[in-house]
Write a protein that binds this ligand. Structure first.
Ligand SMILES: Nc1ncnc2c1ncn2[C@@H]1O[C@H](COP(=O)(O)O)[C@@H](O)[C@H]1OP(=O)(O)O
Ligand SMILES: [Mg+2]
Ligand SMILES: [Mg+2]
Ligand SMILES: [Mg+2]
Length: 355
């Protein structure tokens, strides 16, 4: 009788195992670049910084994941020259055995390459990184299945950096909806407070108004979408409120999956899901609201005049569908598609399957 050989773990488990492994390498790259001292900072737009660490880590993660999963779509935040040489030691061949030791939930067993999109933020919290607020920095790898955030890795390269040389530097948190999240201790926030976390480097009048409308007893202004979701799952904040269109899919995919896997929610400000399929616009034009508990209570606090300026992904896509339908049925009608163009044309170019 022919031997059947070792069984290959399901795709989603292999993607998470590769992502966890490469996130440790990413952490080393970030720490080495900071130690070397030349951050190579450029401003990609207005208050939108990029450093050599963002660029190097994007090369490392995208090249590694593309090598393992050549048919899976990968979107990274940074736009790189596809001709860039990728050092051999940037390709991480190992898979995390810790991830592979978990049993894959049945719902993912038949997930195939074309159902998956990976969203990579090589360094979240860049503004704070350049200012030495090192624990605000995370590396984010989000795994979407059929357009929904399902799995995520949030690596914090400077966790423990102020705890003395005995404390291990860096930690990896990962999760999969249906399986759970690992690498931290889940804690609820204090019941007698209402701590709201929000941006420290991308605030404006609307951002502040939305936070104040949530009746905070305390406001924690810190950098990074990944870092703020860590505050939620470790009981340091009740809600992450960001009434801005500044966050992109790579900022929210991994944190959303990790949060959701322990019972929390991350939606836009209208309470609608953020979508993560291949064709979706990259920016979160609906803003961001994340909580471990009482999501609806916070949604209800966001003022209607603020809600009306945000557009959910589902509504944007419906708008496009109707416009395409109208164009097809009446070619003489002028193409008035300014609403969606405004929401999609400002996205930075992505580095997608160019390796
Ligand atoms: N206006 C913006 N322009 C560029 N990136 C933004 C903007 N607003 C938010 N972000 C991204 O979302 C993350 C969370 O926002 P904030 O730190 O302001 O709370 C930021 O660290 C940044 O990610 P990144 O650092 O990866 O560029
Ligand atoms: Mg950035
Ligand atoms: Mg980011
Ligand atoms: Mg980034």
């Amino acid at each position: 009788m022919a031997s059947t050989g070792p069984t290959v773990p399901p795709l989603i488990m292999r993607i998470l195992a590769a992502s966890v492994a490469v996130s440790h390498r990413a952490g080393n790259i970030i720490r080495d670049i900071l130690k070397a001292g030349d951050l190579g900072i450029v401003d990609k737009g207005k208050n939108d910084l990029q450093t050599e660490a963002d660029r190097a880590v994007q090369r490392c993660i995208v090249a590694t994941l593309h090598r393992h999963f050549p048919r899976v779509a990968i979107f990274g935040e940074e736009s790189l020259d596809p001709g860039d040489r990728i050092p051999d030691d940037y390709i991480v061949k190992e898979l995390s055995q810790d991830v592979l030791s978990h049993v894959c939930p049945d719902i993912y067993k038949n997930v195939s390459d074309d159902q998956v999109v990976i969203w990579v933020d090589p360094l979240d919290g860049t503004a704070e990184f350049t200012q030495g607020l090192l624990d605000h920095v995370t590396v984010l790898i989000g795994v979407a299945v059929n357009g929904e955030a399902r799995g995520g890795v949030v690596y914090q390269p400077y966790y423990n950096y102020q705890s003395g040389s005995d404390a291990g530097l860096g930690r990896c948190i990962w999760g999969l909806i249906g399986l759970g999240s690992f690498g931290f201790t889940l804690k609820s926030p204090p019941a007698n407070k209402n701590i709201i976390t929000t941006t420290r480097s991308h605030a404006d009048r609307i951002v502040t108004e939305a936070v104040n409308a949530c009746e905070p007893t305390e406001i924690v202004k810190v950098g990074g979408a990944g870092h703020k979701v860590l505050l939620l799952i470790e009981g340091k904040a009740h809600a992450y409120v960001f009434a801005s269109k500044g966050c992109k899919k790579w900022d929210t995919c991994a944190p959303e999956a990790v949060l959701h896997a322990v019972g929390g929610r991350l939606t836009d400000l209208l309470g609608n899901p953020i979508l993560y399929h291949q064709q979706v616009q990259h920016r979160n034009a609906g803003g961001v609201l994340a909580t471990l508990h009482n999501h609806q209570w916070f949604l209800d606090r966001i003022p209607a005049n603020i809600k009306s300026t945000f557009v959910s992904d589902t509504a944007s896509e419906e708008m496009v569908r109707l416009q395409q339908q109208a164009k097809a049925s009446a070619s003489s009608v002028p193409s008035g598609d300014t609403l969606f163009k405004e929401g999609s044309s400002v996205d930075p170019p992505e580095f997608h399957k160019t390796l």
